[in-house]
Design a protein around this ligand. Structure first.
Ligand SMILES: Nc1ncnc2c1ncn2[C@@H]1O[C@H](COP(=O)(O)OP(=O)(O)OP(=O)(O)O)[C@@H](O)[C@H]1O
Length: 221
């Protein structure tokens, strides 16, 4: 089954700039793929359409069997909860502990606190940071902070994991560690799409790679 399907998707921002033009591709459920292209090629825009942070100007975006243009407004929060997102700057809150940062999506979704605590610890265990749960993330290295961001993205067991330049601030070894984590989640069935302009890393991973150039999908579609 397709997890993500774009059919002739275009995105024109209000100023008239075409960020995406005629984009067609399908990412099957359980696939792991990269999305690359130069700065401004449209990578973040493509991810934002999947998360419903932006709407396409034309064409259709499907996630699972849902076409997003016709998703009722009251189901947008539900849609976003099916997706885990990892950002380059991980957007952690430095006024609370590692545990509380990872627990945040579960709190927002109204999980029972005991169930939430169990899931948070399972997520921290997966990224190798269980012993850091009480620390403030500001005391962690940048690689560890990024792993907290990944734990937060997967704590609710999303079917789909999106990452926007997740290794942008990391050295090659830490970048590779982060990629291995994504591979682990993919191995247990999570569909993974990673936007990155780190071509040497992408080449090492040997996965399907979607290439955007000037808003058009020129390869991998
Ligand atoms: N909110 C917006 N309003 C207007 N133009 C935008 C907006 N967001 C992005 N753009 C433009 O759309 C194009 C694609 O941007 P996008 O951020 O998707 O590219 P990207 O490939 O992710 O780039 P980068 O690697 O630098 O993050 C760029 O020309 C950008 O300036």
């Amino acid at each position: 089954m397709a997890e993500i399907r774009f059919t002739n998707v275009g995105k024109r921002y209000a100023e008239g700039h075409d960020a995406l033009i005629g984009v067609d591709f399908t990412l099957e459920s359980g696939e792991m793929a990269f999305l690359t292209g130069h700065s401004g090629a449209g990578k973040s825009t493509l991810l934002k359409l999947i998360m419903l942070m932006e709407r396409p100007s034309r064409g259709q975006v499907w996630v699972g069997d849902q076409e997003l243009n016709v998703l009722p407004r009251h189901q947008i929060a539900w849609h976003r909860r099916r997706i885990g997102v990892v950002f380059q700057n991980h957007q952690l809150l430095f006024d609370r502990s590692v545990f509380d940062n990872v627990a945040l999506p579960l709190q927002i979704a109204g999980y029972d606190p005991q169930d939430a605590a169990r899931r948070v610890r399972a997520a921290l265990d997966k990224v190798g940071l269980l012993m850091r749960e009480k620390q403030n993330p500001i005391t962690l290295s940048s690689g560890e902070q990024q792993r907290v961001g990944i734990a937060r993205a997967i704590v609710h067991k999303p079917k789909l994991l999106l990452a926007d330049e997740p290794t942008g601030n990391l050295d090659p070894q830490l970048s590779e560690d982060v990629m291995r984590l994504f591979e682990q989640f993919n191995r247990i069935g999570t569909t993974v799409l990673i936007a990155s302009h780190d071509l040497s890393l992408i080449n090492r991973m040997q996965r399907r790679t979607l290439v955007l150039r000037g808003g058009r999908l020129v390869s991998g579609g």
